[in-house]
Design a protein around this ligand. Structure first.
Ligand SMILES: [Fe+2]
Ligand SMILES: [Fe+2]
Length: 141
């Protein structure tokens, strides 16, 4: 693991966070049916967390001498509330996996501060993931 590779990987994470922000805003708008109020609220409450993650990553990339990406990871199309929740679950699973790996890379690079921050982000994404899984567990539609 060299610094350039870590910067590249953090930029991939940043792209994921920008995508997550777009995903939650657009899915909140698209949520229809009897659960629209709760679902829209649920999606929108995730946005500040993902924004904080994106800001942290952008700052870290600059501090390491890199250039933060402005390209968001594409948001999967979804035709129902269930499909939106499943896409969100998949994205949060990936975020947990990616930050777990990135924390290891930060440790390998000897950047304890980055490692700790990434582990905090693993905790945030795990709580998003668990909430989404619980909503999906008895989803009626
Ligand atoms: Fe995030
Ligand atoms: Fe998340």
């Amino acid at each position: 693991m060299d610094k350039e590779t870590l910067i590249k990987n953090l930029n991939e994470d940043l792209s994921g966070e920008l995508g997550a922000i777009a995903q939650y805003i657009v899915y909140a708008a698209m949520a229809t049916g009897p659960y629209r109020p709760q679902l829209a609220q649920f999606f929108l409450t995730e946005v500040p967390d993902e924004q904080a993650h994106a800001q942290f990553l952008a700052n870290k990339i600059v501090s390491m001498g890199g250039t933060p990406t402005t390209e968001a990871r594409p948001v999967p199309a979804a035709n129902s509330s269930r499909e939106m929740l499943e896409a969100v679950r998949d994205a949060e699973e990936r975020a947990v996996r990616d930050y777990t790996q990135r924390a290891r890379e930060a440790e390998e690079m000897g950047d304890k501060g980055l490692m700790v921050q990434l582990e905090d982000m693993v905790r945030d994404e795990t709580s998003h993931l668990e909430e989404t899984r619980m909503i999906l567990r008895d989803w009626p539609l």
